[in-house]
Design a protein around this ligand. Structure first.
Ligand SMILES: Cc1cc2nc3c(=O)[nH]c(=O)nc-3n(C[C@H](O)[C@H](O)[C@H](O)COP(=O)(O)OP(=O)(O)OC[C@H]3O[C@@H](n4cnc5c(N)ncnc54)[C@H](O)[C@@H]3O)c2cc1C
Length: 347
């Protein structure tokens, strides 16, 4: 069977690229083996402000211009809500931080997002004597619902194969690839941290970071915004909250750990003083590149092979714009920006 594209991996990167193909009426098949779950467990937050230092997220405004309409159009296509706008309250730890906040508010980049005032804390169960900085026009994508819904959509169209892509079975012919009974002019690898098993791209300089989250039930907390302190507390509805996230650069396993649970509980107990119950824990590996930028483009030798990876900590905002950039590169020979091009690590 001839197809225009084979896609390996259906996390946020693979989904965004597949959708780009759909929009351009290209034929494709997708292989997904559930070996990684960064996109499934992600908090899903989109926010252009780095909350540690009140500085801009790289390229954020442009990414949001692609991302928000992208998720809205998927909501229509799949008839499900995925985008949940929600504001963020950053807990201040000192007067100095409040001053830094006001300084940042003066910058045009933050005009639409940072509100130039200190919000007083009225929630008796939150520890925030210096108040909060209020960030608006932010939100979260329910990535789990989105991926499940998109997978169902592809299954119905017979385009999703629930199996591991077997790199040894890939044959590289002159201008195409042959994989089992598929002939394709191009293959795009979107395996997240799974790329370490890909013999064609295994040398990309990843600096992956395992992340873990807790789900708690806290009926008295009654939050309607995301609280960001040393952890974030994200309302999920019905008094459930997601608490996250850890960063671990040495553990490459996918399972939740006792250490991460203890770390999150310790930090959480400094922010809230209400009774709660831990009801869940999840873990995933963020595919972060050493220079903290995504990694896109064709293989230096085998032009039929391409990669879309390195979404790191911000896959929600990055994936739609990057998928379009990669598509324009592969189909229209449009040069990729040097900062995201895989060739920055070659030669
Ligand atoms: C705890 C945590 C919290 C996060 N919070 C946020 C957040 O709030 N906002 C945000 O924007 N980002 C967040 N992220 C980051 C975000 O999850 C990632 O940037 C993004 O999910 C990466 O997507 P991906 O598609 O590149 O990789 P993945 O999600 O890892 O997807 C890769 C897919 O490829 C499949 N695969 C791999 N190898 C093969 C193979 N050989 N054959 C078939 N299939 C294969 C895997 O099963 C997987 O489904 C968070 C991440 C973690 C871990």
């Amino acid at each position: 069977m001839n197809v225009d594209y084979i896609i390996v991996g259906l996390g946020l990167a693979g989904l965004a690229f597949t959708e780009e193909l759909e929009r351009n009426h290209k034929s494709y098949v997708v292989f997904e083996d559930n070996s990684q779950n960064s996109s499934l467990v992600a908090g899903g937050v989109y926010n252009p402000v780095i909350l540690k230092r009140f500085t801009p997220v790289w390229d954020a405004l442009d990414q949001l211009k692609s991302a928000l309409p992208f998720y809205q159009s998927l909501e229509k296509k799949l008839n499900t809500q995925f985008d949940f706008p929600i504001d963020i309250y950053r807990v201040f730890t000192s007067i100095e931080e409040q001053n830094n906040w006001f300084n940042a508010c003066d910058k045009p980049f933050f005009e639409k997002y940072m509100i130039a005032e200190v919000v007083k804390n009225h929630n008796e169960y939150i520890n925030a004597p210096f108040g909060f900085g209020h960030i608006t026009n932010t939100g979260k994508i329910d990535t789990k619902a989105l991926l499940q819904s998109y997978r169902n959509y592809l299954v119905e169209k017979n385009k999703l194969f629930n199996e591991s892509f077997d790199y040894d079975s890939l044959q590289l012919e002159n201008n195409e690839v042959v994989y089992k009974n598929f002939n394709s002019k191009q293959i795009v690898f979107c395996e997240g941290y799974g790329v370490v098993k890909n013999p064609f791209f295994k040398s990309i300089p990843l600096k992956e970071a395992k992340g873990e989250l807790l789900t708690i039930h806290a009926p008295e907390l009654k939050l309607e915004v995301i609280i960001k302190s040393s952890v974030f507390i994200m309302p999920l509805g019905d008094s459930y909250y997601k608490i996250g996230a850890t960063f671990n650069w040495t553990d490459k396993t996918l399972h939740p750990t006792k250490e991460a649970k203890e770390e999150l509980i310790k930090k959480l107990n400094k922010v809230i003083t209400v009774d709660y119950k831990v009801v869940g824990q999840s873990a995933g590996i963020r595919p972060t590149v050493k220079d903290r930028r995504p990694i896109l483009g064709r293989h230096s030798t085998y032009k039929q092979l391409a990669i879309l990876n390195g979404l790191g900590t911000r896959g929600v905002m990055l994936a739609p714009k990057l998928a379009k950039q990669l598509y324009d590169c592969l189909e229209n020979n449009k040069e990729l920006d040097a900062v995201i091009n895989i060739n920055r690590f070659e030669g």
